[in-house]
Design a protein around this ligand. Sequence first.
Ligand code: FES
Length: 130
Amino acid sequence: MPIYSEKVMEHFMNPRNVGEIENPDGLGEEGNPVCGDMMTFYIKVKDNHLEDIKFKTFGCGAAIAVSSMVSEMAIGKTIEEALKITPSSVAEKLEGLPKNKFHCSNLGAQALHKAIENYQSKQKKGGGKG
Ligand code: FES
C-alpha cells in the first residue's frame, strides 16, 4: 500500500478544476498503457495566459491529485511558464509521490503540455479565435 502525503490526500479528496470546457482553445489527452489510466486537459487561453483549465481523469487516486495540482499550478500562468511544469515539479508540490506512482505525475504534465501544443498548432493554422 503506497503511503501518500497529506497534500496528495487533500487534492484527491477535493480535486480542483474538475470538468470540461466547451470549445476549448486546446485539448490534450494522455494515457498510460500499463495501468490503463487516462487524463484529458482542456484549456482556455487569453492574452497568452491560461485563463481557465479543466480536467477529467479516469485514473488512480494519485492521478486525480496530480491533475488537480497541475491545473492549480498552471492556471493564470503564461504559456511559457506552464510549459515549464514537469512531472518532478508536480510531485514536489504534492510533497512527494510513492515511487511506483511517479508515472501518474508524468500523465498530468504531459496532458497539459499536449493541450498547449494543440492550442499552438491551431494558432499556426490561422484557425485561432475569430
Ligand atoms: Fe497509472 Fe496512477 S496508476 S496513473
